[in-house]
Design a protein around this ligand. Structure first.
Ligand code: DGY
Length: 436
């Protein structure tokens, strides 16, 4: 496939998933608007239709709660066979719930970063002025309602908030949750995607159980921090938030808005990030279980997210890259693994080639990594990963994720953020004059 046809096909995937109000992440598996998918979709749309990209962002923000929370799914009254349906969340029990049906949890805050990226290429001061208050209020909500220990680092309450649902780093935490009620439900996620590529039933039961805990607490943030059985400081979420705070800061400056509050968030995170997550012995970042006060010693590609945020020192970045990313026993291709980059270190016992976040290559993780490596001057390695990523898409289509061994496409077909990021990654090929 030539670069031109890859771009054309990516545009056609985004167009075909467009409902007219929002863009579905996947045509069947994900029929509503997901928060971080939507940010990347807007980034992709901005390459060929800026007004449509802005509409995508407005649609997402229409689901914002009155206290600032931006939910992980906005249902937009669209009928579907997706489980859990909008009614399952019972968000009307919160006085902050919006008029449009949404979920009651959030997702990694990529939106400010995406808006700044678009604005730096296609200046849109009026739009930035319009959406800035919503972004500020979401970040303020994260820094107040989710800061359990006043460290400036925020907590997630559900694996779905990490965006990496069944990552091996959550497995022992989920296994420790005692189900006090047995909920009856019918999963919808294995209807369109083989069960072998989706989370196991034991994890799924706990995903749903946690929602039941939250709805019984009426989504009151302080109550959730006290009672949620799952309370984690996630490297990925915090690194994305730090980067997004920096981007929010830049947007504030462009609008001549005060930045003191954002400066405060940035300095507390900068102060505590490395102390909390960096393990000097192994040279990796590890997540932290706030409930038990224990480090989660599971090696996944989230460990590289701080590079995207510019948080590691030069020496830390060198250890991450040289001891881990380039190590074929962990992330580099070698043996049965032929592609960059498996989402869980190959040596982890829970690694699986095709199951959701257990091992497959995800385009979003490669994009984070490429951006992070470029930030630290590893341009050649970033280029190798970029080319391998585009090669996977060319061979396997715009899939949700890919088997790192044979490159086979897995999960949803015609996946919107894979199309959006193909546009983003091809753009740099075109800039370098390599397009055909
Ligand atoms: C799903 O349904 O699998 C989603 O990841 C939940 O957000």
């Amino acid at each position: 496939m030539t670069l031109t046809s890859l771009v054309d096909r990516a545009i056609s995937v985004l167009r075909s998933n467009d409902t007219g109000v929002f863009t579905k992440p996947g045509p069947h598996q994900y029929p509503h608007q997901w928060n971080w998918d939507s940010a990347l979709i807007a980034l992709g749309l901005s390459h060929f239709d800026l007004p449509r990209a802005q509409m995508e962002i407005r649609a997402l923000l229409s689901g914002q709660w009155q206290d600032g929370m931006l939910p992980h799914v906005v249902y937009h009254h669209a009928p579907s066979d997706y489980f859990p349906p909008a009614v399952f969340w019972q968000i009307e029990s919160s006085p902050h719930a919006p008029g449009v049906p949404t979920s009651g949890i959030t997702q990694p805050p990529l939106l400010a970063t995406v808006i700044r990226k678009i604005d730096s290429r296609l200046p849109m001061p009026d739009f930035v002025h319009e959406v800035y208050p919503a972004l500020l209020s979401w970040h303020r909500w994260l820094h107040t309602s989710r800061d359990a220990d006043s460290s400036g680092l925020v907590c997630i309450l559900h694996p779905w908030e990490s965006g990496t649902d069944d990552s091996p780093r959550w497995l022992h935490l989920l296994a420790a949750i005692r189900l006090e009620v047995l909920l009856e439900f019918q999963r919808g996620d294995t209807k369109y995607v083989p069960a072998i590529e989706r989370p196991h039933q034991a994890e799924y039961e706990r995903f749903i159980y946690l929602i039941d805990v939250f709805r019984k607490l009426h989504y009151v943030p302080a109550e959730l921090l006290i009672h949620s059985p799952f309370l984690v400081q996630d490297i990925l979420f915090n690194a994305i938030l730090f980067r997004a705070d920096e981007d929010l800061h830049a947007l504030a400056v462009s609008l001549d808005q005060p930045t003191d509050e954002i400066d405060g968030w940035l300095s507390r995170m900068r102060l505590n990030f490395n102390a909390r997550f960096w393990d000097e012995g192994v040279g990796l970042y590890y997540d932290y279980d706030v409930r038990s006060g224990e480090t989660i010693r599971v090696n996944t590609a989230s460990t590289f997210l701080p590079l995207f945020a510019g948080l590691p020192s030069e020496r830390q970045s060198q250890r991450l890259v040289e001891e881990h990313l380039l190590n074929p026993g962990e992330y580099a291709p070698g043996g049965e693994v032929h592609h960059w980059v498996t989402t869980t270190a190959r040596a982890e016992p829970a690694w699986e080639a095709r199951r959701y976040w257990r091992g497959p290559v995800w385009i979003i993780m490669n994009w984070f990594l490429i951006e992070g490596l470029q930030r630290y001057g590893y341009d050649d390695l970033a280029e190798t990963i970029r080319q391998d990523t585009l090669g996977l898409i060319e061979a396997g289509g715009f899939r949700e994720y890919y088997d790192a061994c044979d490159g086979a496409g897995c999960g949803s077909a015609d996946f919107s953020w894979s199309a959006a990021l193909a546009l983003e990654l091809s753009e740099s090929t075109a800039r370098m004059g390599n397009g055909s």
